[in-house]
Design a protein around this ligand. Structure first.
Ligand code: ZN
Length: 254
């Protein structure tokens, strides 16, 4: 990995007392900018210069800001115990480029090799701010390192099951997905729905304890028995394909 040093001049003496124990992620909140731009903006704040230690542009180039051992200026109360990493872009409205994601992974490898498996935070987790923006893939970026997850496929954390679709930490969310012949429904956080009813296009579906969509089967749920067709749709107010009567809620009429 190449860290580009453009030779920024700091306006005074930096304090070389930084002891990195965490990584704090930021966005530039600017669609197009260079490491020099950020340096000049921070000089204009009356600071010594760029407050971050690293900057990753949209092409995936990694630039050095402050030296790693210099106290930063990017997150109050964390400046002497962290490394600040800033990404070009405004992730309230934009999405990160694939090049930035790849560069981020390389940078994290570099940082971990030097400082150990230190935790990663988004700026907004440590300070009242929207940084690094709603579209920033914060959970994926944290998971990549904290759990060292990079394998495509199913993974489980304290909240539930999720499915990584590539080694950059992208995962299914807000959608139905057919995986190994079974249908699953992922919520907006990326977790597979489990033990719940779901209404979609006026049809009712049920996601079972193993997250699989119920289909071509009868299921007992909260004391009632329900039947699902080959598409996973609940039979409602009709006779099922095997000839039983169900009511308007889909419950079997005994
Ligand atoms: Zn920030």
């Amino acid at each position: 990995m190449n860290i580009i040093d453009v030779g920024l001049n700091f306006n005074g003496s930096l304090t070389y007392e930084n002891n990195p124990q965490e990584i704090v992620l930021h966005h530039a909140e600017a669609s197009n900018c260079t490491v020099q731009d950020i340096h000049s903006w921070h000089l204009a704040n009356g600071w010594l210069g760029i407050g971050y230690h690293f900057f990753i542009n949209k092409q995936g180039n990694i630039y050095r800001g402050r030296p790693e051992n210099a106290v930063g200026s990017h997150c109050p109360k964390h400046n002497s115990i962290s490394l600040g990493v800033c990404f070009e872009g405004d992730f309230m409205t934009e999405n990160m480029t694939q090049e930035q994601i790849s560069a981020y992974k390389e940078l994290i490898k570099y940082i971990r090799a030097k400082y150990g498996d230190i935790p990663i935070y988004g700026h907004k987790e440590l300070y009242s701010t929207e940084c690094p923006g709603n579209n920033f893939p914060l959970e994926a970026f944290k998971d990549i390192v904290v759990n060292n997850i990079s394998e495509i496929g199913w993974h489980k954390d304290a909240t539930g099951w999720y499915y990584l679709t590539n080694t950059q930490g992208w995962y299914y969310k807000d959608s139905w997905q057919k995986i190994d012949g079974e249908w699953y429904s992922f919520d907006s956080e990326g977790y597979a729905r489990q033990f719940v009813w779901l209404q979609d296009q006026a049809k009712w579906y049920y996601l079972k304890d193993n997250c699989k969509m119920a289909k071509v089967e009868w299921l007992w749920v909260d004391g009632e028995c329900y039947c699902f067709n080959e598409h996973g749709e609940l039979y409602v107010d009709c006779f099922t394909s095997d000839g039983y009567r169900v009511d308007q809620t889909g419950a079997w009429i005994q």
